[in-house]
Ligand binder design. Structure first.
Ligand code: NDP
Ligand code: 8X3
Length: 249
């Protein structure tokens, strides 16, 4: 039995990862801002899920988080840095700067601070796994992707740089880079709660599901300590790289 700390477990990938991990016999510290959802999850899944409110934009709360956990829950075997968001899909020059700030605060600063909070104990024990939720948006440019793609490029390179520091330790780090995935609140959040706009993103596709991502995390968790998956890009079979944008006169 391992103890996983899953950020952003109130919806989508994080919730599916929490559910799958409990089913696989692990314990999960499930975090997010919507505590009531986490408490519902705990009521459903039992005492192996510990619900905790944590805002990933609050760096002081992140620093205080692990020490605040109950006795017996402070040793984290697997950190899943999943909490994250995209806001907006318009051109960069029309973007709301506060949207950019929130994406950077959550996807970059929050993820880095959480990693820094948990790494020392993993290194001291010479055991641990960090799974970061990157995105294909780190690898392929698309209109309106600007800061979101930039934050995920940070996640990718941060993960690989962690690998350099961790070489020789049994502390592993993986960047998962999913393509389009339905069944989460990702597009609903991106489009400010516009359900029709969010649904249109996935119309006529068989996109990835949160359960596909949970399956991937379960596989990473099951690997022996000498195997590190550096990064793993996955897309639904209906999606592929697009090509360059060319504006002709
Ligand atoms: P959801 O919107 O369904 O879930 C996002 C989760 O992140 C929620 O639990 C939310 O919790 C949490 N979160 C957001 N902001 C904060 C914050 N400030 N503090 C704490 N938690 C926060 O999206 P997905 O499940 O789809 O996304 C999960 C991750 O996967 C993200 O990092 C996303 O960028 C990435 N991803 C998603 C893809 C997709 O197409 N769905 C594809 C590739 C990557 P709460 O609001 O309760 O705080
Ligand atoms: C989510 C995938 O293509 O919407 O990271 O950026 S995409």
């Amino acid at each position: 039995m391992k103890t996983l700390l899953v950020t952003g477990a109130t919806a989508g990938f994080g919730e599916a990862i929490a559910r799958r991990s409990i089913r696989d016999g692990h314990r999960v510290i499930a975090t997010g801002r919507r505590l009531e959802r986490l408490e519902e999850l705990a009521a459903e899944l039992g005492p192996n899920l510990l619900p905790r409110r944590l805002d990933m934009m609050d760096t002081a709360a992140i620093a205080a988080f692990v020490p605040s956990l109950p006795e017996g829950w402070r040793e984290i075997d697997v950190l899943v840095n999943n909490a994250g968001l995209a806001l907006g899909l318009g051109p960069a020059w029309e973007a709301d700067l506060s949207d950019w700030d929130r994406m950077i605060a959550t996807n970059v600063t929050g993820l880095a601070h959480m990693t820094r909070a948990v790494l020392p104990q993993m290194v001291a024990r010479n055991d641990g796994l960090i799974v970061n939720l990157g995105s294909v948006a780190a690898n392929y440019a698309y209109g309106g992707g600007h800061v979101y793609g930039g934050t995920k490029a940070f996640v990718r390179q941060f993960t690989q740089n962690l690998r350099s520091d961790l070489a020789g330790y049994n502390v592993r780090a993986t960047d998962i880079e999913p393509g389009m995935a339905d069944g989460s609140e990702f597009s609903l959040v991106r489009f400010g709660g516009d359900k029709a706009k969010a649904a249109a993103v996935y119309e006529g596709t068989q996109s990835l599901t949160p359960e596909d991502i949970a399956e991937t995390v379960a596989w990473l968790v099951s690997l022996p300590p000498h195997v590190n998956i550096n990064h793993l890009e996955l897309m639904p079979t209906c999606q592929a790289g697009g090509g360059f944008a060319v504006k002709r006169r």
